[in-house]
Design a protein around this ligand. Structure first.
Ligand SMILES: C[S@@+](CC[C@H](N)C(=O)[O-])C[C@H]1O[C@@H](n2cnc3c(N)ncnc32)[C@H](O)[C@@H]1O
Ligand SMILES: *[C@@H]1O[C@H](CO)[C@@H](O)[C@H](O)[C@H]1NC(C)=O
Ligand SMILES: *[C@@H]1O[C@H](CO)[C@@H](O)[C@H](O)[C@H]1NC(C)=O
Length: 262
């Protein structure tokens, strides 16, 4: 891997600190006790960083997300780590009955409401539900959603979820309906040893700057390898594929995936 590509992340860390730190300092000034709450500060920083990065991140992947999400999302759609709710704009209103946006960072909820409203989903008529819990909090998800999810979408979120393998297993086993689809776009651990080395090198630093995000997770493999209680594949069909126009030599090497539950 070229050193320039490996060190590219330094520029991003610099940008993130420039965008996030002023808000963090302002928040501490207004409420000094926040200095003891890393989660709160990290979320304040991330909410402001995403104001700058979110739209670009969405636009770069628009074409591919419309192929992944629009034709396959149906019924009750659970969006893990909804962010600003960009996923809502890919949902086909004639096939999706409810958009459940799970987003533990409350500072992002107004954006979710706006995007969802524009796409035809609102809390007033029960077509939008915003959850403040994490994806790992399966009991809260189940008690709030009532029915099972027909589709689970994850766009660049499984890098942040705690206990990702257990969380994935429970989400698919307990929350996703039989015949339901798991659709993802995630940056993952590279299959190239040199890129993977740098991903592992940066992760302990990156995790602090970017709200717990890890570069070293083989999320696509974890999804593919999910098995049920009898040890058989959870999926009746499924595959993952490369993000077409990105170089392999990328620390944020991405995979799309579409898996259908038995
Ligand atoms: C990189 S952003 C992606 C947002 C959105 N999916 C998009 O593509 O625009 C990752 C999101 O995951 C959220 N997140 C953090 N911890 C989480 C958790 N435990 N469960 C679910 N989402 C989480 C963050 O707050 C953040 O909004
Ligand atoms: C820290 O902040 C988070 C997020 O704002 C909040 O949920 C949590 O209750 C806070 N923890 C403490 C100890 O105040
Ligand atoms: C729910 O409200 C939204 C936003 O006002 C609207 O676009 C949508 O058509 C409504 N859906 C139903 C099923 O009433």
């Amino acid at each position: 891997m070229k050193l320039a590509a490996a060190l590219d992340v330094l520029g991003q860390i610099r940008m993130i600190l420039i965008l996030g730190l002023p808000h963090v300092f302002r928040a501490i000034y207004a409420q000094p006790s926040l200095i003891f709450n890393w989660t709160a500060l990290s979320r304040i920083s991330f909410a402001n960083v995403w104001m700058a990065f979110g739209q670009g991140s969405d636009e770069n992947t628009r074409e591919d997300k419309s192929k992944l999400i629009t034709p396959h999302a149906t019924g009750v759609v659970l969006d893990l780590g909804a962010g600003h709710g960009y996923t809502a704009s890919y949902l086909d209103r004639t096939k999706v009955t409810k958009y459940v946006a799970l987003e533990p960072n409350n500072l992002m909820h107004t954006h979710i409401r706006e995007k969802a409203q524009a796409a035809g989903f609102s809390e007033a008529n029960g077509t939008l539900l915003i959850l403040s819990c994490g994806a790992e909090d399966i009991p809260s998800i189940m008690s709030s959603v009532h029915s099972k999810a027909d589709t689970i979408v994850s766009v660049l979120s499984l890098c942040t979820v705690p206990n990702p393998q257990n969380t994935l297993l429970s989400l698919v086993q307990d929350v996703l309906a039989p015949g339901g689809e798991f659709l993802f776009l995630e940056h993952v651990l590279s299959h190239r040893a040199d890129v993977a080395w740098w991903q592992k090198f940066w992760t302990p630093i990156w995790v602090y700057v970017f709200d717990g995000c890890r570069l070293n997770r083989p999320t696509h493999l974890w999804v593919k390898e999910l098995v049920d209680e009898s040890g058989e594949s959870t999926w009746s069909e499924g595959r993952y594929w490369d993000y077409p126009c990105w170089p392999e030599e990328h620390l944020f090497w991405r995979q799309f995936g579409r898996f259908v539950k038995k």
